[in-house]
Write a protein that binds this ligand. Structure first.
Ligand SMILES: Cc1cc2nc3c(=O)[nH]c(=O)nc-3n(C[C@H](O)[C@H](O)[C@H](O)COP(=O)(O)OP(=O)(O)OC[C@H]3O[C@@H](n4cnc5c(N)ncnc54)[C@H](O)[C@@H]3O)c2cc1C
Ligand code: SF4
Length: 803
């Protein structure tokens, strides 16, 4: 007979404890009750769901399969209303009764709603569950006057989430300092300035006396008599342990359900973990200690009282992108014997404060610069005597061996506090799944998926353990928008930002610079497939005037000649234009085009109009041209019709922007007369097939392109080209040439994610390409001649292009 283990609470602590139990030999049949209707999810990430950075699906920790595969009965949407300790039964709200041998209470806490008149009005919300988050997302809209009561971690994250959804947000805080549980007044002042610079108003100290409005909230009235209009109010004024179930059952309960070091309550058959507990007089509001509790309880239940929970030192990081705040340990410097070491730089917005006792680090406040948090945490954990480090304690020199920190940690040490993942868990996953990237670590272990403060440590561990580590992290774009290219991609997509100005206002310094503006402009264009607000001023001069500026300030004009093929009519017009505008030099380029050099800026519109040709885009970070050889139509050696294929390739991809300039070549046989193997993308004709090659270069860098795939038909080759092209557009860093990109990722990965991807992945890449193409415009003829979006259909006859 298996013993019945019943868990009340399907949240982070309860389920994490069950996960630990499952890792041990045990004789339990497990039932989990959760009054939320959702499977177990990561509550911490609700802030990112609200901010649009993650979806509800992204934050699921264990889906239904997990319950099924582990033989766990999941009673979702069922609330336990009573415990009969004598008969070891729990009763649910539907009157159902479930027997237990062992009972775990993991009921968490609830948002505290202060007894303010008017809190029951419509449009007054709390922020605790997925349903709360969804309700806020439904209400949020641009311009909505929103007040967040509470300037703690949760209140600020709620405020930011609503603000990025366009709400006009004010944070109202009772205390003089924001996040006063984690920061001192100076740190709070730095934080306030940063929050205000994001466009969120902060009012403090401000005591809310009442919420007014007729049925629906219209605003807040403060004790000072002042009022604030608000159509939406979020209360984030703290939490209270859900201890009523335990209290009603007669367990020892003070603020929370009292537990000892083994997570045992006053009843030998009942245990408790999570925010509902009180341990040695302490209650909890952060998740790291709760995972520790889960581990301890699993050990208590499956064996002997092996592990013990001895309390926790708090550590918290604010999860607002661009606002770096980390606080850990004690921040009370009034105790006797405490020394503080501080540094602040108002213009950098940096504040660091370390608290030491007897040369041991016992607490820290880091604002604006949290790079050293891992080292400080390690010092705190190990209790190292810091006498030798005192001279450089605020700016410790970078360790010559960046892996030392993680190497020194015992396997049982927690690396990711938010998800309770230890060093040993990560190492095991790396070996078991052959993980080589941080994405793999996140996917397989969940480490580094919440507040992100352990990312550096996880990466060091990965580098130390796997010989095939693959770099993925990208550097910050620039100091105006302090996010990596990858993060910006997620932000723009998740928050549906549609203009450079919006991105800079919400996530940057509002101004931007010559580095970030063109990059953001490209990102928006690529992510929204052209369906965004084009900001001309954000582009380089060449893109603004649609010509290539020369050293004397005149411009070079290159009309498009697909595949290098032209007609007598075009040649005549080029000659006429050259005479009319007194073009000082006409030059045949290395790319088989005709370049009119020395055109004055004022003459550009006239030149374009008179040429009546489309722009050869020889100036842009985008598709330049396709160079073709003669091919089978005329050449004695030709085995494929390279001219026609090249023209078609150019037609399909022209007018599209890319991370850097993009050159192509198509040749009719391996003699390679048009040098296709040193282009970003090339097609090399073979007897009965085409080789598609990628990542070649013949400029400052010289690189022979890698073979992507060999295919039989021209259409298949063009499709492979389209797949690589769009993949490069979506995944390369801005200003990263295809040859660097292919080398960075490795051709195997590129193949796997393009030509050998699943049919649906390939289709969606091509669909996004087609959407971008449909909205692309010829820069010289904007509006007048929209580009025909019927690419990736059938090859057109040659005459269609040369006519
Ligand atoms: C928006 C947000 C952001 C956060 N960010 C961070 C962060 O960055 N870092 C950090 O460390 N912590 C953070 N926290 C706190 C963290 O989420 C909690 O510490 C953690 O979720 C507590 O876990 P728990 O299992 O004790 O409680 P919960 O996760 O709340 O789970 C308890 C579950 O039990 C259910 N329940 C209660 N009573 C019953 C009953 N009678 N019958 C059935 N089910 C019941 C509840 O509905 C709930 O689903 C955040 C919290 C929120 C809301
Ligand atoms: S590459 Fe081959 S087909 Fe093309 S021109 Fe040269 S020899 Fe002829």
């Amino acid at each position: 007979m298996k013993r019945q283990l019943v868990v009340v609470g399907n949240g982070m602590a309860g389920v994490s404890c069950v996960e630990q139990i499952l890792k041990q030999p045990h004789d339990f049949e497990i039932t989990i009750f959760g009054d939320e209707t959702h499977v177990n999810y990561n509550r911490i990430l609700l802030s990112l769901v609200l901010a649009g950075e993650k979806s509800a699906e992204d934050i699921v920790i264990n889906d239904l399969n997990w319950y099924q595969n582990n033989g766990i009965r999941a009673r979702l949407g069922v609330r336990i209303t009573g415990i009969d300790r004598d008969n070891r039964l729990v009763t649910d709200e539907d009157g159902g009764v479930t027997e237990y041998d062992k009972l775990i209470l993991a009921t968490g806490s609830s948002a505290f709603i202060p007894p303010i008149p008017g809190v029951d009005k419509n449009n007054v919300h709390v922020f605790r569950t997925l349903d709360d988050t969804r309700a806020l997302m439904e209400k949020a809209r641009p311009g909505l006057k929103t007040a967040v009561i509470g300037g703690g971690l949760l209140g600020l994250e709620a405020a930011r989430g609503l603000q990025v959804r366009g709400c006009d947000v004010t944070v109202v805080h009772l205390m003089e300092t924001l996040m006063e549980r984690q920061l001192d007044s100076t740190g709070g002042e730095y934080l306030k300035r940063k929050i205000e610079s994001l466009g969120i108003r902060v009012m403090l100290p401000q005591q809310t006396a009442a919420l007014f409005g007729n049925g629906r909230v219209d605003g807040l009235r403060f004790a000072s008599g002042e009022e604030l209009e608000a159509d939406l109010v979020v209360i984030a004024a703290g939490i209270r342990p859900n201890a009523e179930l335990g209290r009603a059952a007669g367990l020892e309960v003070r603020k929370g359900i009292v537990v000892n070091d083994y997570m045992e309550t006053s009843d030998p058959h009942i245990y408790a973990v999570g925010e509902c507990t009180e341990h040695r007089g302490q209650t909890f509001g952060l998740v790291a200690p709760l995972f520790e509790q889960g581990r301890v309880l699993a050990s208590t239940l499956t064996g002997s009282r092996g592990l013990a929970f001895t309390g926790a030192s708090p550590a918290a990081k604010l999860k607002i992108m661009g606002v770096d705040i980390f606080s850990a340990g004690s921040i009370d410097d009034t105790e006797p014997g405490i020394e503080t070491v501080r540094y602040e730089d108002p213009s950098l917005g940096t504040y660091k404060k370390l608290l030491l006792k007897d040369n041991h680090l016992i607490g820290m406040i880091l604002v604006g610069d949290i790079d050293d948090q891992q080292l400080y945490m390690e010092w705190m954990r190990s209790g190292e005597d810091l006498t030798p480090h005192r001279r450089q304690i605020l700016f410790p020199p970078r360790d010559a061996d960046p892996g030392r920190l993680v190497a020194d940690m015992p396997d049982s040490e927690t690396v990711c506090g938010c998800n309770g993942i230890s060093k040993g868990d990560i190492i095991q996953a790396i070996h078991a799944h052959g993980i080589t990237t941080m994405t793999g670590v996140k996917l397989r272990t969940r480490a580094s998926t919440s507040c992100g403060s352990c990312t550096g440590l996880c990466e060091q561990l990965l580098r130390a353990v796997t010989p095939d580590f693959q770099e993925e992290t990208r550097t910050t774009l620039c100091s105006c928008v302090p996010f990596s290219y990858e993060q910006l991609r997620d932000i723009i997509r998740g928050q549906k930002l549609k203009s450079v100005e919006e991105v800079l206002t919400v996530y940057g310094n509002r101004k931007g610079c010559e580095v970030c503006k063109p990059a953001l402009s490209y990102l928006l264009d690529m992510l929204w497939c052209g369906d965004h607000e084009e900001d001309r001023a954000a582009r380089f001069i060449n893109d603004r005037v649609h010509a290539n500026i020369q050293k004397d300030g005149t411009f070079s004009v290159v009309p498009r000649m697909r595949g290098g093929v032209t007609t007598p009519g075009e040649l005549r017009r080029i000659a006429d234009v050259a005479e009319k505008y007194k073009v000082p030099m006409i030059k045949v380029t290395g790319s088989q085009r005709i370049d009119l050099l020395g055109v004055k800026k004022a003459d550009l519109p006239g030149v374009w109009a008179d040429l009546g040709m489309s722009s050869g885009q020889a100036y842009t970070k985008g598709v330049r041209m396709v160079k073709t050889c003669v091919g089978s139509e005329f050449c004695r050696f030709g085995v494929q019709d390279s001219t026609r294929a090249g023209i078609e390739l150019e037609r399909r991809l022209e007018n599209l922007f890319t991370p850097h300039k993009f050159k192509m070549g198509v040749v009719g046989c391996p003699r390679n007369c048009a040098e296709a193997t040193v282009k970003d993308l090339g097609m090399v004709g073979q007897e009965g097939s085409w080789q598609v090659v990628v990542g070649g270069a013949a400029g400052k860098s010289v690189r022979k392109a890698d073979l992507l795939i060999t295919v039989e038909t021209t259409e298949q080759a063009l499709e492979a080209c389209g797949l690589f092209f769009q993949y490069y557009r979506e995944n390369a860093n801005y200003l990263e040439r295809s040859y660097d990109f292919v080398e960075r990722l490795g051709i195997e990965r590129v193949r796997k994610e393009t030509v050998y991807a699943t049919e649906s992945e390939k289709r969606s890449l091509l669909e996004r390409l087609a959407r971008s193409k449909a909205l692309s415009k010829d820069a010289w003829l904007e509006g007048a001649h929209p580009v025909n979006p019927t690419q990736f259909v059938q090859i057109q006859p040659l005459e269609a292009y040369s006519a």
